[in-house]
Design a protein. Structure first.
Length: 372
């Protein structure tokens, strides 16, 4: 009995130690599990792999070639020159110039959007898909006013990109730029939306750019600017740079306008734009009225018998709202009209002196520019 009593404490101590070890292991297992979950959540939060996987099958690399004629020099016809160099004037005057860019597959039947400057003057356009396939593309149509072009390839199993609503995009949203910078092959850069509605840059006739600090470099032109879910927000088209490379100011054409250009070109071979027949400019100074400061556009000219003239708009009127939206941002008002289909009706809130008028105009078809 005494021996058993003498063994009691060591046994109890051993059991207690075992319990403590088991309890410690239990908490360690929970900690490891929590760490794993936290690590997974961090990756899910900080990784845009899902967006990249959704968008990259729809982004293509574009390689173009064109014949460039060099200035002719009389020396090339000198018999002595041809005798020693064995070159004809024709081979001296012409060479093949190659360039690159990007594009976005917009439909399963092979329509691709890119920039007009990517394919302008090209004699051959080669499209390389993310899966390694390639095809020669044909040009369906171009629109110099927005620097967009529509290509077509005949390949099965194409993946069109899902399109987002650029109007819902906000400054600070995460975006990804996907394209073929410097011919490296498909690459992705990440940033945010820095601004929306950028215009007045004199890059194109119609400007309403999304600005981003996602790196866009030569070769990215025509590629995709996508949101955090891989949906298309815009077509990358230009950068501001003093060095030729990205300096954090990239510009993309909004996806809704790019989609309209594509649809119009495919349907009718040209872009159909709305037109009111007015010239306007922002109010040059603050005009006080009984209802407060007047903000809007001063109508400087109205095309006689055009849509706005027929609606009653006259030079000197101040347009404060168009289609129910303020016109204080004058360029946006004209941009909205260009997006409106001919035949639709828009309302105009107008002040003629102190008199407030509500006019209604039927949008016309923008005339083709006259070559001079």
């Amino acid at each position: 009995m005494k021996l058993l009593k003498s063994l009691g404490w060591p046994v109890a101590a051993g059991l207690l130690a075992a319990l403590l070890i088991l309890q410690q292991q239990h908490y360690q297992d929970k900690l490891d599990a929590a760490t794993t979950i936290a690590s997974t959540d961090t990756k899910a939060t900080n990784s845009w792999a899902g967006a990249v996987a959704a968008a990259t099958p729809s982004v293509v690399n574009i390689y173009t070639s064109r014949v460039v004629t060099r200035p002719y020099h009389p020396l090339l016809d000198d018999p002595l020159f041809k005798r020693f160099f064995n070159r004809s004037p024709r081979t001296q005057r012409e060479r093949i110039q190659r360039s690159l860019g990007s594009g976005v597959i917009m439909s399963a039947d092979g329509f691709i959007l890119t920039n007009n400057h990517v394919i302008s003057g090209a004699s051959e356009i080669l499209v390389l898909l993310a899966d390694g396939r390639e095809a020669i593309a044909s040009v369906i149509g171009t629109d110099a006013d927005t620097d967009l072009a529509v290509l077509k390839v005949n390949l099965p199993g194409l993946t069109p990109i899902p399109v987002a609503d650029p109007d819902r995009a906000e400054v600070g949203d995460i975006v990804l730029a996907i394209g073929n910078p410097y011919g490296f092959g498909q690459s992705v850069s990440q940033g945010i939306i820095s601004a929306t509605g950028r215009h007045g840059l004199q890059l194109n006739t119609y400007e309403n750019y999304i600005q981003t600090d996602a790196a866009i470099n030569p070769g990215n032109s025509g590629g995709a600017l996508v949101d955090a879910n891989g949906n298309l927000l815009g077509i990358n088209t230009a950068i501001y740079s003093q060095s030729g490379g990205s300096q954090g100011i990239g510009l993309a054409i909004p996806a809704d306008y790019a989609s309209k250009v594509l649809a119009d070109i495919v349907r009718s071979g040209m872009v159909v734009r709305g037109w009111l027949g007015v010239e306007a400019q922002p109010i040059p100074a603050v005009v006080e009225t009984a209802n407060g400061p007047l903000r809007g556009l001063v109508i400087s000219d109205v095309v006689r018998n055009g849509p706005a003239w027929s609606a009653g708009l006259r030079p000197g009127d101040v347009m404060t709202a168009l289609g129910g939206e303020p016109t204080s941002g004058g360029y946006n008002a004209m941009y909205r009209i260009s997006m409106t289909s001919p035949g639709e009706t828009v309302t105009m809130e107008v002040y003629r002196g102190s008199e407030r008028l509500e006019l209604s105009a039927t949008v016309g078809h923008r005339p083709a520019p006259i070559d001079t």
